[in-house]
Each structure stands twice: as structure tokens, then as C-alpha cells.
Design a protein around this ligand. Sequence first.
Ligand SMILES: C[S@@+](CC[C@H](N)C(=O)[O-])C[C@H]1O[C@@H](n2cnc3c(N)ncnc32)[C@H](O)[C@@H]1O
Length: 279
Amino acid sequence: MAPRPRQPGDTPAPRGNRPKFVPNTPKGTTFRKPALELFTSTLWEYPSQHYMPDHAGAGGRPTVQGDPNYPGATPSWVIWQLIQRYTKPGERVLDPMCGSGTTLDVCADLAREAKGFDINPTRPDIEPADARKLPLPDACCDLVFVDPPYSTHINYSDQPGCIGKLDAGGRDGGRAYYQAMGAVIAEIDRVLRPGRHAGLYVSDSRREAGEGRTEFMPIGFELFSLLRERFEPVDIVAVVRRNTKLHERGRISRARETNALDRGFNYLFIMRKPPRRAR
Ligand SMILES: C[S@@+](CC[C@H](N)C(=O)[O-])C[C@H]1O[C@@H](n2cnc3c(N)ncnc32)[C@H](O)[C@@H]1O
């Protein structure tokens, strides 16, 4: 079902942090992406998966970051915000689960040095590696961004070691998934410089539990407590998802009938490695 167009008398959209959202671009007109600026609250929203770089198209530069068709690609403006806030030009940004390379393209736009790894690399500038064992020395990165699999919701690849094959729910409460993610977080801690930041982008999920039932998996809070074992919390941001799937008729009726709500936001956990680890 298409979203209902705004009507006179609707509550106005909050101003300030939110770029202008243009839900219904009239036919024959071109949708113009708003300029991307630093957000100032913990609610992040932008009306597109990708921002338009100032020099888009110049010298053959792409107008998108990463691959919009990659399942589970991160909105590039989330990474842009983190890089702008927590690094300077020339500093090194790591994405240990780089997927379609969104982080690498944002780094190129912002003149940061990028390191990208994935268990199943999709392009030559992404190196093959397991995020639990990175071929990097200790304390060599100025910022780490990671958007991991959220349980088994997407079939990324059949590579041995793909954490997207591990269920975050079920009888054992997703022990293998959280053990694997604990090892990823430990590796992020190892390669990050003291005093620098890490961002983990994730959503909760639901799994089929038989007989038409689904079970809620609070992946966000579970990963946040793993992060807290090693890092200081800096902020928790709610990133609004404008996923067109949320408007599919079947999803809407299922949510109405079963109270199994669709995910309307992702968490972005912003953490800092303590400047000097207390022993
Ligand atoms: C949510 S996607 C990342 C999307 C990416 N940020 C982008 O914008 O395209 C999660 C990625 O984790 C990768 N992955 C799964 N297990 C991994 C592991 N053990 N080590 C490294 N990467 C892994 C998957 O191959 C997938 O590309």
C-alpha cells in the first residue's frame, strides 16, 4: 500500500535535524536530494539511501556509494556522519564487514584512508578476511564502522565463516552468533587506537518460531552489552528506515493481526576505546 500523502492538518514534521523529506515527487519532476549536513540530534533520517557528493559525476565519480542492489547495504549518509564527526582528512577508517564497499566510497569522498575486509569480497579494493582475525597490527585505525549480519535474515554467501549463517535466537539464545560477534568486537578493540571511536549499526529482528508464530530477537541490546565490556558509550542513535517493504500489504496485515511489528529503525551505537585501559 502506498503511504498516504500528507494532508492539511497533519502534524508538521519536526524541523531542525531533519532534512526536507519529499515523499511524493510529482510525475515529470526530478527528485533532488537535500545537501547532507551534520545531524544534531539522536534521530537520523535522510530521504535516500545515498547522498549526492558535491563533485558527483565529475571525473567519472559515482553518484552512489557502495552498491544499491547489495542486500543489506548500509545507508551511506550514516557512515558519512560518523567519519565527519570522528576523523580528520588522511586518517584511517576500517570496515571489517565491508559488503558492497559503501564505507570505502564515503572515505574516497572525504579524503580518508580506507581499509575494507569481508569474508566474501565483492570488489578488488575489499580484502578477503574474517572480521574475527584481521591482518592488521594493533592500534592502527582511527575509526571503525561495522554493519554486521543481523542473524540469518540475508543470505550473503556460502563462505565458511559467514556470520550471517548463525541464528541469533532459538533454543540456545543464539550462542554461536553472539560468540562470533564477541570475537568481532574484540578484534575491533585490538585494531582501534586508544581514545578513538567505533560505530556499530544494527537492527533487532524476528525469526520464524513455527505454527505461524515469530520470535523477537533483541540483537541491538545484546550487541550493545558486548560492546560495553570493552568500550565507553558515547551515544545511541536511532536511524529511521524508509524501507518500501514496510508498506507491503502482507507485512501490514501480519503486523496488525499478530502484533509482530516490522523494524522501523536501526540502532547506531557510537563507542569510544578508553584512552588508557585500566588494568
Ligand atoms: C550488512 S552487510 C554489510 C553491508 C555493507 N556495509 C555495505 O554497505 O554494503 C554484512 C556483511 O558481513 C559480511 N560477513 C559475514 N561474516 C563475516 C565474517 N566472519 N568476516 C567478515 N565479513 C563477514 C557479509 O559477507 C556481508 O557482506
